[in-house]
Design a protein around this ligand. Structure first.
Ligand SMILES: *Cc1c(COP(=O)(O)O)cnc(C)c1O
Length: 402
């Protein structure tokens, strides 16, 4: 009954921007969540790759509690200890020299686009402002992030888009070479296209992208909003490719469940952001930074979380391949990097699978047209992956016979 009234109010008072499933979630621990009615789910979506340490990780919870008692907000007119500490942690563990904090992935990309343009204009002239992005990309819902997003479905009805964006096929270095010209200031890419359908590029792609950007003096912006903070088994996904960007954006996993975004850059590039040029009222507030410090310190400590993510990603892949072998009529491909995994589906509408899995106690997501996405927390266990496989087996068996 409680659940029904929540759903009723939700439908009545919230804008209908989401096609929500008819359950109301109430509490979570690790890879489990419960509805207000007490029904338990195995959570292999993890808030769409946000809850990297699972739900309510004790270190994150305690850090939030302590910070909430001390200081919640003071504005960026003053120095904030947790913000400085978080920036130091990120810089010491990445290619970057400087950080800017905001509140979401879209905002981080917004900041990256602004920084790239300003840096380029100051160093190479006013006419150099174009950004090359990929078809099938996803960079967020604000106007600039949307203008960089290469999927018509998200842009429909919101035109005109911002000027100065050009699109090329993902994982096609020749197309990128053709697109980068005298007006290009940056290339923006996801290390793995997540929303676009869990698309992992070929082994050499990003090395060639980096070489091209170096040769043309063009900035490489990597959107690690979904792939960052251990999602792929490394702290940042670009480490797999042996390259570093000039600008990187983070959000989803960064706060362990608390809203925070970050844009990181090298000193040379960051120099274009001088006092007054960019800002965010809530960006890097003490509460969000305390949550992010606890998350990042936990992920980095002894490498235990990252090595678990790496081991579990191999186990998850094997498990999904087993499912693909058993249901060749439905599952056409298994792919992913680390704990960002997907299975490509044919002959069944993906939402039917997502819904059937939910009814059987498993939360999973959809990505792109025909892909089911699995993004369990980095602390996931073999037992939990086995449980997921058991549920998927039941769900696909029923659909295979139908
Ligand atoms: C989710 C996502 C975004 C947008 O993040 P928001 O916090 O929803 O604004 C941007 N880029 C990528 C790669 C994402 O996965």
């Amino acid at each position: 009954m409680i659940q029904d009234s929540i759903i009723e109010d939700s439908q009545k008072y919230l804008m209908h921007t989401y096609a929500r499933f008819p359950i109301a979630l109430h509490k979570g621990r690790g890879a489990r969540v419960w509805t207000v009615d007490g029904k338990r789910y195995l959570d292999f979506l993890a808030g769409i790759a946000v809850n990297c340490l699972g739900h309510c990780h004790p270190r994150v919870v305690v850090a939030i509690q302590k910070q909430a008692q001390r200081l919640l907000h003071v504005s960026n007119l003053y120095h904030i200890e947790p913000q400085a500490r978080l920036a130091k942690l990120l810089v010491e563990n990445s290619f970057a020299n400087k950080a800017f904090f905001c509140n979401s992935g879209a905002e981080a990309n917004e900041a990256a686009i602004k920084l790239a343009r300003k840096h380029s204009k100051e160093n190479f002239g006013q006419e150099r402002f174009e950004i090359v992005a990929a078809h099938g990309s996803f960079h967020g819902r604000t106007m600039a992030a949307l203008s960089a997003t290469g999927q018509e479905q998200y842009r429909k009805g919101f035109g005109p888009m911002l000027q100065g964006f050009r699109f090329v096929p993902f994982n096609d270095i020749d197309a990128l070479k053709d697109a980068v010209g005298p007006h290009t200031c940056a290339v923006i890419l996801e290390p793995v296209q997540a929303e676009g359908g869990v698309k992992v590029p070929g082994g050499d792609y990003f090395r060639h992208v980096r070489e091209l950007c170096n040769k043309k003096n063009v900035l490489l912006i990597l959107d690690e909003v979904q792939t960052g903070i251990g999602r792929t088994g490394r702290l940042f996904a670009h480490e797999h490719y042996g390259i570093a960007p000039d600008i990187m954006t983070l959000a989803k996993g960064l706060g362990g469940g608390v809203a925070i975004g970050a844009m990181l850059a090298t000193d040379t590039v960051a120099a274009a952001f001088t006092p007054g040029t960019h800002a965010s009222t809530f960006g890097g507030n003490p509460l969000a930074c305390a949550a992010a410090i606890a998350t990042l310190e936990t992920v980095l400590e002894d490498g235990l979380i990252l090595s678990n993510a790496e081991r579990m990603s191999a186990y998850l892949m094997d498990s999904l391949k087993g499912i693909a072998d058993k249901f060749p009529r439905i599952v056409k491909d298994v792919r992913g990097l680390g704990l960002l995994a997907g299975i490509e589906i044919e002959g069944v509408e993906p939402p039917r699978i997502v819904r059937a899995a939910m009814d059987a106690g498993l939360l999973i997501g959809r990505a792109g047209e025909n892909v089911i996405r699995f993004t369990p927390p980095l602390i996931v266990t073999e037992e939990e992956i086995d449980e997921m496989a058991g549920i998927m087996d039941g769900v696909l068996s029923a659909l295979d016979m139908a």
